[in-house]
Design a protein around this ligand. Structure first.
Ligand code: SF4
Ligand code: SF4
Length: 302
């Protein structure tokens, strides 16, 4: 049994082909630019979207955390125990519960519904998060069951987890989508809340194990869109032969509404979304830097 917060079918950005992405709940990192802030807590969290609320008052009938008076809806978080009943009830999805328990067999059964698409497109299942390495037993069970039914498997990770977890899951993982968020240790700590050193050690380990990795690099204007960070990415690509490609993940604002709904502080509210042209420019700079350091052909995509 493990905790997830979403299962997304027909994903086309989480590995090859058409995939189903299973999002595991909970993450030890606190990236400033996180676009899934509701995934951070290992507990179920409740969100409220006033724009979807039609003030019908149904939720107030079942829970004292809600009051609907004179056409206004008030949600008192201090009275909420995150039971999720209002989210189940609210027909307009104004209330959201992020986090529910599922066993591995049920997850795989859900994933297999789109098996035909995986076969025709070379897709499969991706385990993302949150940070999937933070539920090691559940992740390992999911991966081994996915492989047992012949699915292509991807783990989308920050790389922050225990060495034993990597050793356990690597044989069942066809591809890692591995984040490289910041090359400077000092800045990595400031931007993500954790050291980059165990992540580098784990990357060394997956490299030694002969795993396949696509490096994913979130680029945030004014934070890590620096020349020295791009140099750091290129150095990492040259050092680790497991890296097959680099994806530039241009900063976007799609997560902003979630900070409001889940009543969380958005620390990148003032940073504008990165323009496509700027992301392309950065990709070109990176291609040149990589070519200077290795003869391996490494696609850099935006
Ligand atoms: S049930 Fe949903 S739509 Fe109705 S008042 Fe409550 S939050 Fe708003
Ligand atoms: S999640 Fe449960 S406790 Fe919280 S507001 Fe909804 S019904 Fe009330």
């Amino acid at each position: 049994m493990g905790k997830i917060f979403d299962i997304q079918r027909m994903s086309v950005h989480d590995g090859p082909g058409i995939r189903t992405t299973v999002f595991l709940k909970g993450c030890p990192l606190r990236c400033l630019w996180c676009h899934n802030p509701e995934s951070q807590s290992f507990d179920t969290v409740i969100g409220y979207n006033p724009e979807k609320c039609v003030r019908c008052g149904d939720c107030a009938q079942i829970c004292s955390a809600h009051t609907v008076l004179e056409g206004a809806h008030r949600f008192d978080r201090s009275l909420c125990t995150a039971c999720g009943k209002c989210a189940d009830l609210c027909f307009n999805h104004a209330m959201l519960a992020s986090g529910y328990e599922m066993n591995a067999d049920d997850v795989i059964r859900e994933v297999l519904k789109d098996r035909t698409f995986y076969k025709t497109t070379g897709g499969g299942v991706t385990f993302s998060g949150g940070e999937p390495l933070s539920q090691p037993r559940f992740l390992s069970e999911l991966l081994s069951k996915a492989k047992a039914v012949g699915l292509h498997t991807v783990v989308d990770t920050s790389g922050f987890g225990k060495r034993e977890t990597i050793l356990e899951i690597a044989p069942y993982t066809d591809l890692f989508l591995w984040d490289l968020k910041e090359s400077s240790e000092e800045k990595h700590l400031a931007y993500t809340g954790v050291s980059s050193l165990p992540i580098q050690e784990n990357l060394r380990l997956v490299n030694a194990l002969g795993a396949a990795v696509i490096l994913r690099c979130p680029i945030i204007p004014g934070l890590n869109d620096r020349e020295d960070h791009l140099e750091g990415i290129a150095t990492t690509v040259a050092e680790f032969s497991c890296i097959r490609a680099v994806n530039i993940m241009a900063f976007h604002k799609l997560g902003d509404g979630k900070y409001t709904a889940f009543d969380m502080k958005n620390r990148t509210l003032d940073i504008p979304a990165m323009q496509k042209s700027e992301a392309k420019r950065i990709a070109e700079v990176l291609r040149k830097k990589i070519a200077e350091k290795t003869d391996r052909p490494i696609p850099v995509e935006v």
